[in-house]
Design a protein around this ligand. Sequence first.
Ligand code: SF4
Length: 316
Amino acid sequence: MLQDKSLIERSIARLRKSLSREPYNLRLCLDSPEEEAVAARLALYIAAATKNNYILKRFADSESKNFSETLRKTPGIQNLNCKIEIGKDLGIIAKPAQDVVTGIINAAFKTPVAIKWTSYLRYAPPDPFWAMINRVVVKGWVILPLDDFERILEEAYEEQILRIASENELAVGRVSASIDMSLIEDLLRKYAQRPVNITKLSTEGPDPPCMKAILDALKAGENLPHAARFAIATYLLHKGWEVEQIVDLFRTSPDFNEKITRYQVQHIAGQVGGRKEYAVPNCETMNSWGLCPTNLGCGVKNPLQYGRRVAIKKSN
Ligand code: SF4
């Protein structure tokens, strides 16, 4: 396999497309499924051989989105039982919702699926929208609309890709020794994780001590508690940052997961999920979360008021 020049070229092309998130060509998967599957596996090994976690995770994230796209658009697999079988291959226990519940709950969703709570908890994105408390649960089965079930399949598929890479270290090592990695030098330059220049991205006016402390911790690559991530995301969104800029800011976090981070920031911005834009927590709340280094000493009620207060003080 590693002597097959055209296969290697094809695999590198797949890696390139995945990393750049180019639109997926569904015909490729339909016309030559075996060849495409081999190229995808080799592309995964090449991604793992870079020894760059960010490249590997970006590849897995992009491939899982392609998988989702295929799942939603391939004519032969639109039957619900077929998707449940695909889920089974990924280790997800599910069945048509009518096998578990009847009546109004079933009627509330289009093509509802019942998924075992253990599978749900394992693959549901870590987000309030996906909290089990916000779901209909009947006798240990979580009832989901088909769209949400497909999202769970996407998460499971991504996890499977990462598992395959970690379970096949020997094959990855062979790839690393046999393939000229300089062929993907440009990809490494472009997509390997880089520290974010926070100074360059800073908003106008001084940031309050609480937000500055969070930004400094991010700069130092520290793992922040959820409350701190939430606070800085709301603050920067209100200062006019774009979702993608904030996602980039979190890249230095040791547990960075691009897909989850993007979803969470979009959720906070009110672009997905409950469509509610979250406010910046006020100072009392920040203090109760242990995130106010001045112990409410700035003379403002909300961190957003800090920059203006400093500007007014200066002009007096
Ligand atoms: S008083 Fe408010 S603005 Fe100042 S550090 Fe505390 S939370 Fe931040």
